[in-house]
Design a protein around this ligand. Structure first.
Ligand code: ATP
Ligand code: MG
Length: 294
C-alpha cells in the first residue's frame, strides 16, 4: 500500500509547494507512481505542474465538500507521469463548509482510501495554515514532511506545528509520524544560513535531511513556465539538489518502512526523531488548530 505524506508548515513561503512539485516529479521520472493532492486554495502545485486552473473540471473541493469521486478529478501530467488532484479557488470556502459536516476531519482520508493502492506515494501540498484542510491532510497521512526556510525565524512556529501533529495523532490518526525536515533556500554565501542550519540540526537532530535546497533563481522561475525544475533547467543547482533530495527521501522512506509503528502501538514516543524539540519547545500544543500567519 502506498504512503501518504503531507507537506506542511503553517508558515507561508517556506518551499512546501516547490518541494512537492519537484519531489513528485523526480520520483515519478525515476519510475514511482506518484499522486499530488493540491490542498491549497492558492493552487500553486496545480499551476506549478503545468495545469491551467481555468480548465480544471473536477477538483479536491468537489471531492471534500460534495463527495465527488476522486478518480474523476485526477489529471495525468504526460511529460513526467505525475498524477494530480487539482485545486480551484473554491477551496477557500471549504473550511467553513466542512465545519458543519460529519467527520469533517476525515473526509480527505476517506476519499483517498480507495486509490491509495494505485500509487507508491501520495503527496499532499498543504496551505500555510493549521486549519481544517491541513487537519484533514494530517488525518489522512502516514507522515509529515516539513520544509523549513533557512532564515532567522526558521524554528518559530515549529512548536505549534508539532503540537498540532500530536493533537491529530492523539485524537484522529494514531499512525502519524514525522517523515523529516528539509532545509530550503539555503544561501551558502551568508553566515546566517549556516547558523540556522546548525541551530535546526541541534534542535531537530536526525529528523533533518542531509540534503540542503539552495536558494536558486531557476527554482523560482520554473513555476511561471508551469514546469518542474527537472524539465525547466535540469542542469541547475536547484535541479541537482531536488534530485539528491528525492534519493535521500526515497532511501529514508524505504528504510523506515518496516519499523513504522502502527495502530495502538503508535504512542507519544513513536516520533523519536522529534523528541528533543517536543521537550524543549515552549510552545504548547494548539488548543484548537487555527489559521497561521503568513
Ligand atoms: P505557501 O505557504 O504560500 O503555500 P510555500 O511554502 O508553498 O508557500 P513555495 O511556493 O514553494 O512556498 O515558495 C515560495 C516562493 O519562493 C515561490 O515564489 C518559490 O518559487 C520560491 N522558492 C521556493 N524555493 C526556492 C529556492 N530554493 N530558491 C529560490 N526561490 C525559491
Ligand atoms: Mg504552497
Amino acid at each position: 500500500m502506498g504512503q501518504i505524506i503531507a507537506c506542511a508548515n503553517q508558515k507561508g513561503g517556506v518551499g512546501k509547494t516547490t518541494t512537492v512539485v519537484n519531489l513528485a516529479t523526480d520520483l515519478a521520472l525515476a519510475g514511482s507512481r506518484v499522486l499530488v493532492v493540491d490542498l491549497d486554495p492558492q493552487g500553486n502545485a496545480t499551476s506549478g505542474l503545468g495545469v491551467d486552473r481555468r480548465e480544471v473540471k473536477g477538483s479536491i473541493y468537489e471531492v471534500l465538500v460534495n463527495g465527488a469521486g476522486i478518480h474523476e478529478t485526477i489529471v495525468s501530467i504526460s511529460s513526467t507521469g505525475v498524477a494530480l488532484v487539482p485545486s480551484t479557488p473554491a477551496l477557500a470556502g471549504a473550511e467553513i463548509e466542512l465545519a458543519a459536516m460529519n467527520s469533517r476531519e476525515r473526509r480527505l482520508g476517506r476519499a483517498l482510501a480507495p486509490i491509495s493502492d494505485d500509487y507508491d506515494l501520495i503527496l499532499i501540498d498543504c496551505a500555510p495554515s493549521l486549519g481544517l484542510l491541513t487537519v484533514n491532510a494530517l488525518t489522512a497521512a502516514d507522515s509529515v514532511l516539513i520544509p523549513l526556510q533557512c532564515e532567522y525565524y526558521a524554528l518559530e512556529g515549529i512548536g505549534q506545528l508539532i503540537g498540532t501533529i500530536h493533537l491529530v495523532r492523539d485524537h484522529l490518526n494514531p499512525r502519524l509520524t514525522i517523515q523529516g525536515v528539509l532545509l530550503t533556500m539555503f544561501d551558502a554565501r551568508t553566515n546566517l544560513s549556516a547558523e540556522v542550519r546548525a541551530e535546526v540540526r541541534r534542535h531537530l537532530g536526525p529528523a533533518v535531511y542531509d540534503t540542503l535546497i539552495p536558494r536558486s533563481v531557476r527554482l523560482s522561475e520554473a513555476p511561471s513556465h508551469g514546469l518542474p525544475i527537472a524539465l525547466y533547467e535540469p542542469d541547475s543547482k536547484g535541479a541537482r539538489a531536488y534530485n539528491a533530495f528525492s534519493r535521500e527521501f526515497g532511501a529514508r522512506l524505504a528504510s523506515a518502512d518496516p519499523a513504522r509503528p502502527s495502530g495502538a502501538a503508535a504512542g507519544r514516543d513513536a516520533v523519536p526523531v522529534m523528541a528533543p524539540i517536543i521537550r524543549s519547545s515552549a510552545a504548547a500544543p494548539a488548543a484548537s488548530p487555527s489559521a497561521g500567519a503568513h
